[in-house]
Write a protein that binds this ligand. Sequence first.
Ligand code: RI2
Length: 313
Amino acid sequence: MSLLQTAEQIKTMQIRGAGKIAREAAAALRDHAENLPEHGLSVFFSAMEDAADILLATRPTAVSLPNAVHQVLRGLSSAKTEEEARTLVKNQADAFITSSNEAVRKIAEICAARIKDGMTIMTHCNSKAALAGILLAKEQGKTISVIATEVRPWNQGRLTIQTLNDHEIPTTYIVDSAVRTFMKEADLVIVGADAVTVKGAVVNKIGTSQIALAAHEARKNVLVAAETYKFAPQTILGKHIEIEERPASEVLPDDAAEKLPFVTVRNPVFDVTPARYIDLIVTEAGAVPPEAAYTIMQNHLGFDMKDYFPEKS
Ligand code: RI2
């Protein structure tokens, strides 16, 4: 698949889930670098910078995407030859993909350790990191059940219930507006993340913040499964995470909307859960309180974005 095809598939959500987006973007940069004709180092640099821009323009919220791009292209400007530059991109892309998959495995172990025999876990959307912990708990022989939400308007909950069903995990499937009603039946909430800010706030699929609020009210713990590359170092520099707003037609078909001229459909697809409603963020470096977000960024990401690309001429 070409880099443009990957970008299009991320944009149209054929490739989705913050971790998967990051891994596919890394692979796309690697393949793009491999396939670029030899035209000299500066042409290579600017072609890779353009490629990065194309990927970064696809979806604005999941910081796994810019973090992956930066990790793959880090130090590129110091390459002395085109061959060296190509090898660097390949090695860093492969290293990112391997460590990303490994991170999900480590997160699964920590989440599974928090899941006790007999527990019911509520989850939202379709997070590979969150699901990995649930599947591992089942693999460990624990008797568990899950409450999974529908996740309007894209119904990612269908993917989640398919996976849970495939693993023979008893699951209750509910509409998004039923989470408070069902919170009393849950023992623990586990969700994924698209971004974690320096304040420890978690940006995740729309509806996550009301689940966290209902969990707080019912005194149920909320775990967020988030690889370290889901942390957003740009928030240290005061930047906000942009919340993606997708087309209104995903919520209400155009022909219905046309008949309702006084109605405006809004379709933000992520929301922000403040740190105080989160018990632990489970990363591959361990489970940490949300207040430790700055330390995670410092130790695992660095936050000087300027040296990731050669200066534009
Ligand atoms: P993993 C998804 O976003 C969901 O918000 C999910 O919780 C998050 O990415 C993390 O997913 P979308 O792409 O990386 O469905 O844990 O909009 O798989």
